[in-house]
Design a protein around this ligand. Sequence first.
Ligand code: NAD
Length: 289
Amino acid sequence: MTDLLNDTLDLSVSIVGAGTMGRGIAEAAAVAGLSVSVVEISPTARTSAQESLRKSIAKAIQRKKIQAETPDEILVRIQWVDSLGAVAGSGFVIEAVPEQEDLKREVLCELDRLCPSTTILATNTSSISITRLAAATRRPDMVVGMHFFNPVPVMAPVEVVRGLQTSDATVDKTIAFAKLMGKQPLIVRDQPGFVVNRVLLPLINEAIFVLQEGTADAATIDELIKLGCNHPMGPLQLADFVGLDVCLSILRVLHAELGDPKFRPCPLLVQLVDAGRLGRKTRWGFYKY
Ligand code: NAD
């Protein structure tokens, strides 16, 4: 493992997409001492990512979670670019573009064309099949799922998802890389929703059905699950945090791919998404923010 870690240390890391997840992954990698290139096509998202990274790192320094004098000591390790061509030399690329299969396939296909044959292509997808995404490239053995959790700088686990054709060497390097970032990698097979979302989304969906049926209001449901199940956050609060659109899209994948009616999205969830009430990011979901 030491050799693998040393090898991984030599790798330059690139992240594609600097939204909620990409910026968090960039922060964790830079804090761990790695050189990071971030590709973001939207100038607005790029500015917002740069500002939020500076704030987040400053807060971590203030709380003594990071050993640095100023955010710039960490930020200097992050290079911002606007096209995939600029990351062609990277040994490890993590794709974190929106959860749309066509877009992800297009990005991975382009990375496959641009990067040397030794580059590992990881995807942070929450629900799309790694096996199918890998098939968009000529290196399916070097494509792997790396499912981080939000907020990345504070959440330890990473589901390392092994597609049908992912090689042992790719899995081993991905695990070494995740550890280098201070994360706790856990290997899972490529099944819809992997482990966490497969278990979590039915809980969230059921809480929404309970709300829809009028059994209790949102605050009561959350308080009961928090206290009764010893969860740090209620399921409706958590849904607002994850994003109701994200919850709906994962449930749709679980429903379509597993064919079990227990995964059918609650109509109230569909309505809230239709209304544009997506949770914290739109300042209104089950709660107002
Ligand atoms: P997001 O919409 O916040 O960010 C995606 C970013 O990618 C945007 O800034 C967008 O401008 C950029 N982008 C789009 N096309 C691009 C391209 N061709 N090249 C470079 N940048 C491009 O999305 P997110 O919430 O960060 O999710 C990203 C991925 O992570 C998704 O697959 C999602 O399912 C997964 N994920 C999300 C969460 C979560 O809680 N949000 C948790 C785990 C995994």
